[in-house]
Design a protein around this ligand. Structure first.
Ligand SMILES: [Zn+2]
Length: 477
């Protein structure tokens, strides 16, 4: 369960506040917390101020706290019970004596205070967004337990989740303290989260785990750059760019290139949805799909990263159907399309990066076959799929049919198509070679009107399978 903010301040905390020495500082203006620019995405919506009577006020959605009626406000609470900070110089709270009054604003000015806020706020934000996006996760008791956070683990340029605590390194001559970089807090929380929400074990350090954590960061930050600002000596201070093209299997060089195969797909989908639906809705859809795919991914599937991307696409597709925006389809291995809205090509749909179609518009995208899949292609029988093509451009420039046909003896399979009452041969299977997932139709044999594809099994042993409805892509000028 997620309790209200007021309940999240424990009695212990309140009594601790009361027992502390009362400061004589008194601020009667609205408190605006101006903190490091590293907090570029977050409003400080959850900051609390407590006064000498134990009264607590919480900031509003804009990060403002009205402390005018308070009796000598004393403390800003940085801990609402979800994260327990270790290794702090000043304990859990920032004292008002650490604050500067700046013409109607009060800003935290001490370095360590800023540090508390960046990591604290990033962690609170990601926890809240995860639970509100997929409320069923509230049943996992881990979310109610306080997570240990060490802000000063060791010097160096890293952050780690070790299975029990989130630890931030304090930096060195080449980098800032990692607790100052929200991306890193979210990424490490992502590892902890994945361990808890996945129904099957996920090893930290694996491609999918890294890709999941980077995706979480990108979706919540609306930003494809991971770790911006960490390195102080570099021109490009980020650690990874999710727009960088890594395809499967050719581009794989190790865990972090593997992670980009997955996070690249997530970013591609997010950025397209952001353009179509706005950032807020894109965030909701992608975060939900990310969490659902993590929860339901079959970890024994190989390669996992490919299955993860497919599952993510599928969940995004079902969200789009729910809101009536069409369907996101992986077509064959090479294209991703949001039905009737937007189309992109990918070097490999589930395994690679999407790229915009170059001045080519895909205007017809139809799989008119009805019935359920997989559909058996029995010996000496055929499955026929009909399409009704309506003209939607001046001239047809390309026609591709996308198939997912499986047969133990591929040489038994023959694929034909029919247009204007004539039948044309398209493909005959070859022994031991999979049936191609895409076949191009010659332009002289296709156009407006009825068009059909037939998949025939000419053998006497083993039925074939049509694992999903063929899709016909028509490119019009
Ligand atoms: Zn990591």
């Amino acid at each position: 369960m997620v309790s209200s903010p007021a309940m999240q301040i424990s009695f212990k905390l309140i009594s601790l506040i009361l027992s502390l020495i009362i400061s004589s500082a008194c601020y009667s203006q609205t408190l605006q917390l101006g903190v490091s620019s590293s907090l570029r995405w977050y409003s400080l919506s959850s900051v609390a101020v407590a006064d000498s009577n134990g009264k607590t006020s919480f900031s509003n959605i804009n990060g403002s706290v009205d402390i005018s009626g308070m009796n000598r406000p004393l403390w800003i609470l940085l801990d609402r019970g979800h994260f327990q900070y270790e290794n702090l110089e000043t304990g859990v709270y920032a004292q008002l004596s650490d604050l500067d009054s700046l013409g109607g604003r009060v800003a935290l000015n001490r370095y360590f205070d800023t540090k508390h806020l960046v990591a604290w706020h990033a962690l609170e934000m990601v926890r809240e967004k995860v639970l509100s996006t997929l409320p069923s996760l509230q049943n996992i008791s881990w979310f109610d337990h306080q997570q240990k956070v060490d802000l000063k683990y060791s010097d160096g340029c890293n952050a780690v989740w070790d299975g029990t605590a989130l630890s931030f390194f304090t930096g060195d001559s080449t980098c800032q303290a990692s607790s100052l970089i929200p991306d890193l807090a979210i990424h490490e929380y992502g590892h902890a989260l994945l361990e808890r929400i996945s129904r099957r074990p996920v090893a930290d350090g694996q491609d999918y785990s890294e890709g999941f954590s980077d995706s979480l960061m990108a979706i919540l930050g609306h930003d494809p750059l991971f770790g911006e600002g960490l390195y102080t000596q570099r021109i490009n201070s980020h650690i990874r760019d999710l727009r960088y093209l890594v395809t499967y299997p050719d581009g794989w060089r190790g865990v972090y290139s593997g992670s980009l195969i997955f996070s690249g797909v997530v970013w591609s989908v997010f950025s397209r949805l952001e353009k179509l639906l706005g950032a807020e809705q894109a965030e909701q859809i992608c975060l939900k799909a990310l969490l659902l795919s993590a929860r339901n991914l079959a970890q024994d599937a190989r390669p996992q990263i490919v299955e993860a991307a497919k599952l993510f696409n599928r969940y995004v597709g079902s969200s789009l159907q729910e809101i009536g925006k069409g369907e996101l389809n992986c077509i064959g291995d090479s294209e991703l399309a949001i039905r009737n809205i937007q189309v992109a090509t990918a070097t490999s749909c589930a395994y690679g990066r999407l790229a915009d179609l170059d001045h080519t518009q895909l205007t017809s995208l139809n799989a008119l076959a009805s019935g359920s899949y997989p559909k058996s292609i029995e010996d000496n029988k055929k499955v026929k799929i009909h399409f009704l093509i309506t003209k939607s451009g001046k001239q047809l420039s390309k026609a591709v049919v996308h198939l997912d046909v499986e047969h133990f003896f591929p040489d038994d399979v023959v694929i034909n198509y029919e247009y204007k009452n004539k039948t044309y041969h398209l493909y005959k299977g070859i022994e031991e070679l999979p049936i191609p997932s895409q076949l191009e139709i010659p332009l002289e044999h296709i156009g407006p009107g009825q068009f059909s594809i037939s998949i025939e099994d000419h053998g006497n042993s083993f039925d074939g399978q049509l694992r999903r409805a063929p899709v016909l892509d028509l490119y019009w000028h």
